[in-house]
Write a protein that binds this ligand. Structure first.
Ligand code: ATP
Ligand code: MG
Length: 244
Protein backbone atom coordinates (compact mmCIF):
# COMPACT_ATOMS: atom_id res chain seq x y z
CA UNK A 1 0.00 0.00 0.00
CA UNK A 2 2.64 2.50 1.12
CA UNK A 3 6.33 2.53 0.35
CA UNK A 4 8.66 5.14 1.83
CA UNK A 5 12.16 5.27 0.36
CA UNK A 6 15.06 7.20 1.86
CA UNK A 7 12.86 10.09 2.92
CA UNK A 8 14.71 13.04 4.48
CA UNK A 9 13.76 16.48 5.77
CA UNK A 10 16.04 19.11 7.21
CA UNK A 11 15.00 22.22 9.16
CA UNK A 12 18.01 24.53 9.20
CA UNK A 13 20.88 22.39 10.41
CA UNK A 14 18.57 19.90 12.14
CA UNK A 15 17.86 16.69 10.26
CA UNK A 16 14.27 16.03 11.43
CA UNK A 17 13.87 12.91 9.27
CA UNK A 18 17.02 11.11 8.20
CA UNK A 19 16.68 8.79 5.20
CA UNK A 20 13.82 6.64 6.54
CA UNK A 21 12.58 3.67 4.51
CA UNK A 22 9.71 1.29 5.25
CA UNK A 23 6.66 -0.29 3.67
CA UNK A 24 3.13 -0.87 4.94
CA UNK A 25 0.92 -3.59 3.46
CA UNK A 26 -2.77 -3.01 2.75
CA UNK A 27 -4.86 -3.57 5.86
CA UNK A 28 -1.90 -3.36 8.21
CA UNK A 29 -1.88 -1.17 11.35
CA UNK A 30 1.54 0.25 12.09
CA UNK A 31 2.53 2.30 15.12
CA UNK A 32 5.10 5.07 14.82
CA UNK A 33 6.70 5.43 18.25
CA UNK A 34 9.43 7.74 19.42
CA UNK A 35 10.24 10.44 21.98
CA UNK A 36 9.29 14.12 21.57
CA UNK A 37 11.17 15.59 18.65
CA UNK A 38 11.97 12.19 17.13
CA UNK A 39 10.53 13.23 13.76
CA UNK A 40 7.14 11.47 13.83
CA UNK A 41 5.01 14.48 12.86
CA UNK A 42 7.54 15.47 10.21
CA UNK A 43 7.45 11.96 8.75
CA UNK A 44 3.64 12.06 8.61
CA UNK A 45 3.72 15.51 7.01
CA UNK A 46 6.07 14.19 4.32
CA UNK A 47 3.98 11.09 3.64
CA UNK A 48 0.70 13.05 3.47
CA UNK A 49 2.34 15.59 1.19
CA UNK A 50 1.75 18.64 3.39
CA UNK A 51 5.52 19.11 3.67
CA UNK A 52 8.09 18.68 0.93
CA UNK A 53 10.88 16.17 1.41
CA UNK A 54 14.45 17.24 0.67
CA UNK A 55 15.05 13.80 -0.82
CA UNK A 56 13.44 10.40 -1.07
CA UNK A 57 10.14 9.10 -2.41
CA UNK A 58 6.68 8.03 -1.33
CA UNK A 59 4.79 5.41 -3.37
CA UNK A 60 1.17 4.34 -3.09
CA UNK A 61 0.23 0.99 -4.59
CA UNK A 62 3.63 0.78 -6.24
CA UNK A 63 3.35 4.16 -7.96
CA UNK A 64 5.49 7.12 -6.92
CA UNK A 65 3.49 10.18 -5.91
CA UNK A 66 4.62 13.78 -5.91
CA UNK A 67 3.90 16.16 -3.04
CA UNK A 68 0.37 17.55 -3.36
CA UNK A 69 -0.59 15.06 -6.09
CA UNK A 70 -4.34 14.45 -6.37
CA UNK A 71 -3.75 10.73 -5.98
CA UNK A 72 -2.25 11.41 -2.54
CA UNK A 73 -5.15 13.61 -1.46
CA UNK A 74 -7.71 11.10 -2.69
CA UNK A 75 -6.22 8.02 -1.06
CA UNK A 76 -4.77 9.37 2.19
CA UNK A 77 -6.70 10.68 5.21
CA UNK A 78 -4.72 12.80 7.67
CA UNK A 79 -5.65 13.32 11.32
CA UNK A 80 -3.23 16.04 12.45
CA UNK A 81 -1.67 16.26 15.91
CA UNK A 82 -3.66 19.42 16.69
CA UNK A 83 -7.36 19.13 15.81
CA UNK A 84 -8.23 21.50 12.95
CA UNK A 85 -11.87 22.47 13.44
CA UNK A 86 -14.05 25.58 13.31
CA UNK A 87 -15.20 26.17 16.87
CA UNK A 88 -18.19 28.34 15.98
CA UNK A 89 -19.63 25.80 13.55
CA UNK A 90 -21.54 22.63 14.37
CA UNK A 91 -19.98 19.21 13.95
CA UNK A 92 -22.11 18.70 10.86
CA UNK A 93 -21.12 22.05 9.32
CA UNK A 94 -17.45 21.25 9.92
CA UNK A 95 -17.81 17.97 8.05
CA UNK A 96 -19.67 19.69 5.19
CA UNK A 97 -16.81 22.15 4.92
CA UNK A 98 -14.12 19.45 4.86
CA UNK A 99 -16.08 17.32 2.41
CA UNK A 100 -16.41 20.32 0.12
CA UNK A 101 -12.62 20.67 0.14
CA UNK A 102 -12.34 17.07 -1.03
CA UNK A 103 -14.75 17.89 -3.83
CA UNK A 104 -17.46 15.47 -2.70
CA UNK A 105 -20.93 15.94 -4.17
CA UNK A 106 -23.64 16.98 -1.74
CA UNK A 107 -25.51 13.66 -1.59
CA UNK A 108 -22.35 11.57 -1.33
CA UNK A 109 -21.03 13.92 1.32
CA UNK A 110 -24.21 13.63 3.40
CA UNK A 111 -23.98 9.85 3.39
CA UNK A 112 -20.29 9.84 4.23
CA UNK A 113 -20.75 12.40 7.01
CA UNK A 114 -23.55 10.29 8.53
CA UNK A 115 -21.37 7.23 8.38
CA UNK A 116 -18.29 8.97 9.81
CA UNK A 117 -20.26 10.55 12.68
CA UNK A 118 -21.79 7.20 13.57
CA UNK A 119 -18.38 5.56 13.52
CA UNK A 120 -16.93 8.07 16.00
CA UNK A 121 -20.07 8.04 18.15
CA UNK A 122 -21.08 11.67 17.59
CA UNK A 123 -24.23 11.22 15.52
CA UNK A 124 -26.41 12.53 18.35
CA UNK A 125 -24.30 15.68 18.78
CA UNK A 126 -24.07 16.73 15.14
CA UNK A 127 -25.95 20.01 15.52
CA UNK A 128 -23.95 21.26 18.48
CA UNK A 129 -21.16 23.74 18.05
CA UNK A 130 -17.66 22.38 18.27
CA UNK A 131 -16.75 24.87 20.99
CA UNK A 132 -19.13 23.01 23.32
CA UNK A 133 -17.30 19.72 22.68
CA UNK A 134 -14.82 18.13 25.05
CA UNK A 135 -11.23 17.57 23.92
CA UNK A 136 -11.92 13.91 23.25
CA UNK A 137 -15.02 14.70 21.19
CA UNK A 138 -13.00 17.16 19.10
CA UNK A 139 -10.42 14.49 18.45
CA UNK A 140 -13.14 12.07 17.37
CA UNK A 141 -14.67 14.68 15.05
CA UNK A 142 -11.22 15.24 13.58
CA UNK A 143 -11.03 11.52 12.78
CA UNK A 144 -14.48 11.71 11.15
CA UNK A 145 -13.27 14.62 9.02
CA UNK A 146 -10.39 12.55 7.67
CA UNK A 147 -12.75 9.73 6.69
CA UNK A 148 -15.14 11.63 4.43
CA UNK A 149 -13.38 10.81 1.18
CA UNK A 150 -13.05 7.15 2.18
CA UNK A 151 -9.23 6.98 2.04
CA UNK A 152 -7.41 3.63 1.93
CA UNK A 153 -4.59 4.89 4.13
CA UNK A 154 -5.14 6.83 7.34
CA UNK A 155 -2.31 8.76 8.97
CA UNK A 156 -3.14 9.59 12.57
CA UNK A 157 -0.83 11.76 14.66
CA UNK A 158 -1.40 11.07 18.36
CA UNK A 159 -5.17 10.67 18.03
CA UNK A 160 -5.57 9.78 21.70
CA UNK A 161 -3.27 12.31 23.38
CA UNK A 162 -4.58 14.38 26.26
CA UNK A 163 -8.01 12.85 26.49
CA UNK A 164 -9.54 11.08 29.46
CA UNK A 165 -9.46 7.27 29.63
CA UNK A 166 -13.10 6.98 28.58
CA UNK A 167 -12.66 9.14 25.47
CA UNK A 168 -9.39 7.40 24.72
CA UNK A 169 -11.21 4.15 24.79
CA UNK A 170 -13.89 5.51 22.45
CA UNK A 171 -11.22 6.73 20.01
CA UNK A 172 -9.47 3.43 20.34
CA UNK A 173 -12.66 1.61 19.40
CA UNK A 174 -12.95 3.92 16.36
CA UNK A 175 -9.48 2.86 15.27
CA UNK A 176 -10.34 -0.81 15.77
CA UNK A 177 -13.49 -0.32 13.66
CA UNK A 178 -11.40 1.26 10.89
CA UNK A 179 -9.00 -1.64 11.08
CA UNK A 180 -11.88 -4.12 10.77
CA UNK A 181 -13.05 -2.25 7.69
CA UNK A 182 -9.70 -3.03 6.10
CA UNK A 183 -8.19 0.45 6.30
CA UNK A 184 -4.42 0.75 6.44
CA UNK A 185 -3.41 2.77 9.50
CA UNK A 186 -0.16 4.49 10.41
CA UNK A 187 -0.42 6.21 13.73
CA UNK A 188 1.80 7.81 16.29
CA UNK A 189 1.30 7.43 20.00
CA UNK A 190 3.17 7.71 23.27
CA UNK A 191 0.95 5.04 24.83
CA UNK A 192 2.77 1.75 24.55
CA UNK A 193 -0.09 -0.39 25.82
CA UNK A 194 -2.28 1.10 23.11
CA UNK A 195 0.24 0.27 20.38
CA UNK A 196 0.60 -3.23 21.80
CA UNK A 197 -3.12 -3.77 21.55
CA UNK A 198 -3.82 -2.22 18.17
CA UNK A 199 -0.71 -2.49 16.02
CA UNK A 200 0.48 -5.37 13.89
CA UNK A 201 3.89 -3.79 13.68
CA UNK A 202 5.73 -0.80 15.11
CA UNK A 203 8.44 1.53 13.91
CA UNK A 204 10.59 3.08 16.62
CA UNK A 205 11.98 6.40 15.50
CA UNK A 206 14.58 8.55 17.26
CA UNK A 207 16.55 11.55 16.02
CA UNK A 208 14.99 11.07 12.60
CA UNK A 209 16.11 7.47 12.20
CA UNK A 210 14.27 4.18 12.39
CA UNK A 211 15.74 2.04 15.18
CA UNK A 212 13.26 -0.83 14.91
CA UNK A 213 10.73 -2.04 12.38
CA UNK A 214 9.24 -5.26 13.66
CA UNK A 215 6.04 -7.02 14.61
CA UNK A 216 4.70 -6.30 18.08
CA UNK A 217 4.98 -10.02 18.83
CA UNK A 218 8.70 -10.10 17.99
CA UNK A 219 9.47 -6.97 19.98
CA UNK A 220 7.55 -8.25 22.99
CA UNK A 221 9.39 -11.57 22.77
CA UNK A 222 12.74 -9.84 22.60
CA UNK A 223 12.20 -6.97 25.08
CA UNK A 224 9.35 -8.29 27.27
CA UNK A 225 7.07 -5.42 26.22
CA UNK A 226 7.03 -2.38 23.93
CA UNK A 227 8.08 -0.07 26.73
CA UNK A 228 11.20 -2.19 27.16
CA UNK A 229 11.93 -2.06 23.43
CA UNK A 230 11.42 1.70 23.40
CA UNK A 231 13.69 2.33 26.36
CA UNK A 232 16.48 -0.03 25.27
CA UNK A 233 16.55 1.13 21.66
CA UNK A 234 16.27 4.86 22.27
CA UNK A 235 18.15 4.86 25.58
CA UNK A 236 15.41 7.08 26.99
CA UNK A 237 12.65 6.81 29.51
CA UNK A 238 9.18 7.09 28.01
CA UNK A 239 8.64 10.73 28.94
CA UNK A 240 12.06 12.05 27.89
CA UNK A 241 12.34 14.41 24.95
CA UNK A 242 14.85 14.23 22.12
CA UNK A 243 15.36 17.96 21.85
CA UNK A 244 19.08 17.89 21.42
N1 ATP B 1 8.50 23.71 11.03
C1 ATP B 1 9.63 23.40 11.69
N2 ATP B 1 10.68 24.26 11.71
C2 ATP B 1 11.83 23.95 12.34
N3 ATP B 1 12.04 22.80 13.00
C3 ATP B 1 11.05 21.90 13.02
C4 ATP B 1 9.79 22.16 12.38
N4 ATP B 1 8.99 21.06 12.57
C5 ATP B 1 9.72 20.20 13.29
N5 ATP B 1 10.95 20.68 13.56
C6 ATP B 1 12.01 20.00 14.32
O1 ATP B 1 12.14 18.70 13.78
C7 ATP B 1 12.33 17.74 14.84
C8 ATP B 1 11.24 16.69 14.75
O2 ATP B 1 10.00 17.28 15.11
P1 ATP B 1 8.62 16.49 15.02
O3 ATP B 1 7.53 17.46 15.27
O4 ATP B 1 8.60 15.73 13.75
O5 ATP B 1 8.78 15.46 16.24
P2 ATP B 1 7.71 14.45 16.86
O6 ATP B 1 8.38 13.12 16.88
O7 ATP B 1 6.42 14.57 16.18
O8 ATP B 1 7.60 14.94 18.37
P3 ATP B 1 6.32 14.99 19.39
O9 ATP B 1 6.27 13.65 20.05
O10 ATP B 1 6.73 16.04 20.37
O11 ATP B 1 5.11 15.35 18.61
C9 ATP B 1 12.35 18.54 16.14
O12 ATP B 1 13.70 18.77 16.48
C10 ATP B 1 11.65 19.82 15.78
O13 ATP B 1 12.13 20.88 16.54
MG1 MG C 1 4.55 15.13 16.76
Amino acid sequence: MLEVEQLSKRYGDRLAVNAISFTIAAGETVGLLGPNGAGKTTAIALISGIARADSGHVSLGGVRVRQGANELKRRVGLVPQDPALYDELSAWANLQLFGGLYGLRADALRARAEDALALVGLAGRRHERVKTFSGGMKRRLNIAGALLHDPDLMLLDEPTVGVDPQSRNAIFENLEALKRRGKTLLYTTHYMEEAERLCDRVLILDRGQILANDSVANLVRQYRNLEGAFMQLTGRALRDGADT
